[in-house]
Design a binder for this molecule. Structure first.
Ligand code: TRP
Ligand code: MN
Length: 451
């Protein structure tokens, strides 16, 4: 790794998972356009998120990172955004109330478009097509035209991110996230279910707590923290040209920030220590995540900590483990020990989705709700054993009533998957499964005596 960093220094390193853009001039034109556009987030916000994540690293807060596997150019409406936010807020309220610590809310949203693929090509019938890489690159339709990477999509992704972020800011600061409205976040299909009833009970308790505070003389109307939330944005920093185009120098500190989102992460397939993704992200001031799978060694963990957080800033680095339910305990413990003994302040988050994906009998990619819970349980046990803090969860969900993951309170079975299987990439938890998961996480944390 070279000593000097610049927004372009990654170009001297091998960059995995980049699309094969058919026309370099066309790509350059799109990136130049994005470079001229305003940043999507402000460096000061990214610094504030680092501070909040620092509290997570110290064991005094919990991270909830959630959203789509891949955002879609088609599933893009006020209702889609509102429903996603609603589920995140409901989960956050359950976790805040049950754990008794602040919950740092980070969406996989407003920029989570690009997908890494196991193979650059896909055989469809007798056609050999470029793989679908997310709507920021191409379309999933199985034709040569749809699959050819199109740089105009980079510009469209920027605009969709900007308007998604605008609505998120409006909802989170404009009254929708007000704690006085906990009841109104309940959707009908949730009220009529067991986890919906549990949620209603919890909402009732929060109401009572607010009344108690008012009775004690606290003016709950004028206390802005009760009316507003910070929901930060994040995505996998996969397309380095796009990320570079939104990387700006902060006028206050002179540091560089990737202003495409508050937090960026490196995927399991692009975390090579001598690769372009690590090189790019080591130089930006944002909080950074890195996925770690079962192949990651303790040595790797120490090296990635040194590469991405040499100054040991609490909250700068989140390691997101995605081990698989039956491997997590054994695979994670040596990694926790290594970071702990070296004194690295790490936010440890559990991605219970990606290590538990399989193909259903009907041929659809799916995950079972029970495996998702089992991985979180193993994650918490591993932390309990090593006396480290199980800092948070990283999940793929949607507010819509889809049938993509098996199990959960309405026992979605193999034969139901076809009913509403709408994801453009991996299967997501639906609204009910997500809320149920929040209650399960709270129970598991309490049972382990960590909350
Ligand atoms: N602002 C506080 C927080 O973010 C309390 C809060 C207000 C809240 N609205 C919320 C918490 C919605 C969770 C969900 O924690
Ligand atoms: Mn995914």
């Amino acid at each position: 790794m070279g000593k000097t960093w610049s927004p372009t220094s990654w170009q001297g390193f091998p960059a995995a998972q980049q699309p094969d853009w058919p026309d370099q001039a066309d790509l350059d034109r799109a990136l130049k356009q994005i470079t001229s556009y305003p940043p999507l987030v402000f460096a000061g916000e990214a610094r504030r998120l680092t501070t909040s994540l620092g509290h997570v690293a110290a064991g005094n807060a919990f991270l909830l990172q959630a959203g789509d596997c891949a955002e879609s150019f088609e599933e893009f409406s006020a209702v889609d955004i509102r429903e996603k936010l609603r589920v995140i807020l409901q989960m956050a309220v359950v976790l805040t109330y049950s754990l008794g610590v602040p919950v740092v809310k980070v969406g996989r949203i407003a920029g989570q478009f690009a997908k890494p693929r196991s193979s650059p090509f896909e055989q469809v019938g007798d056609l050999m097509l470029p793989s679908f890489r997310g709507h920021i690159v191409n379309d999933a339709t199985a034709t040569q035209a749809a699959r050819t990477p199109n740089p105009d999509r980079l510009v469209q992704a920027y605009h969709q991110s900007a308007s998604t972020l605008n609505l998120l800011r409006a909802f989170t600061k404009g009254g929708f996230a007000d704690l006085h409205r906990v009841h109104q976040w309940t959707q009908e299909f949730v009220t009529s279910s067991p986890e919906g009833e549990r949620y209603e009970q919890l909402a009732e308790e929060i109401d009572r707590a607010l009344r108690f505070m008012r009775a004690c003389g606290v003016n709950t109307e004028s206390t802005s923290t009760l009316h507003e939330v910070d929901v930060y944005t994040s995505h996998e920093a996969l397309l380095l040209g796009y990320e570079q185009a939104l990387t700006r120098q902060d006028s206050l500190t002179g540091s560089w920030y990737d202003c495409s989102a508050h937090m960026l992460w490196i995927g399991e397939r692009t975390r090579q220590l001598d690769g372009a993704h690590v090189e790019f992200l080591r130089g930006v001031g944002n909080p950074i995540g890195c996925k770690v799978g079962p192949e990651a060694s303790p040595e790797f963990v120490l090296e990635i900590c040194e590469a991405l957080n040499p100054n040991r800033i609490p909250g700068r680095l989140t390691l997101i483990s995605r081990m698989g339910a039956n491997k997590v305990e054994d695979s994670l413990r040596p990694l926790l020990r290594a970071a702990r003994d070296a004194g690295h302040p790490i936010v440890w988050a559990c991605d219970p989705m990606h290590g538990n994906t399989f193909t259903s009998q009907g041929g659809r990619k799916t995950r079972h709700f029970d495996d998702v819970c089992a991985e979180i349980a193993g994650f918490i046990r591993a932390h309990h054993a090593e006396q480290t803090w199980p800092g948070g969860i990283h999940v793929e969900l949607t507010g819509n009533n889809v049938t993509e993951c098996l199990g959960g309170a309405d026992e979605i079975l193999d034969e139901h998957l076809g009913d509403r299987y709408e994801t453009v990439c991996d299967p997501r938890l639906n609204g009910r499964q997500s809320l149920d998961l929040a209650f399960r996480v709270a129970e598991l944390m309490r049972a382990a005596g960590v909350a």
